[in-house]
Design a protein around this ligand. Sequence first.
Ligand code: ADP
Length: 177
Amino acid sequence: MTQRPAIVLVRGDITEQRADAIVNAANTSLLGGGGVDGAIHRAGGPEILAACRALRASHYGKGLPTGQAVATTAGKLAADHVIHTPGPVWSREHDRGELLASCYRESLRVAMELGARTVAFPAISTGIYGWPMDDAARIAVRAVRKSAAPPVTEVRFVLFDEYAYEEFAAALRATTA
Ligand code: ADP
């Protein structure tokens, strides 16, 4: 029987992670932004933006749709690949949970295609895009549990602050209970 991939929580900065792939909470333009996106481009250097521009020119003239994922080089980062996925903006009126789950599922699909064993995620959509942390954590943990499979052996959630860490820990406890 194959071992299920481990889900690990760490507090920290995703740009500093050693992992086969790190995931970027991108926007549909693929051309950089604030938050995690800005941090990844700053730390990884111009190679990542050049790769994103090339992808826009070749495949995503109108941008990468929300909930999809695409990989580039990780430039100077310790990771081998950056997987870019635009999260949905949180809305009180519309339930966009399926789109947020899709970010995790599609990023893992791309990671598995690349042969990645370790994959690090930030808390997608919980910054500028306004998603409540408890709900985002529940969706993230559930989607990863469903989708992560070999060759992935470890999925790491990299949480920037104590609050995010606690909410992800609670979501993890709730789904293992
Ligand atoms: P989004 O636009 O998808 O909401 P953000 O980048 O604004 O994305 O924020 C997503 C989450 O990532 C937030 O919880 C934010 O605190 C966190 N974050 C910001 N910078 C980093 C970083 N360097 N490493 C890990 N998490 C980060």
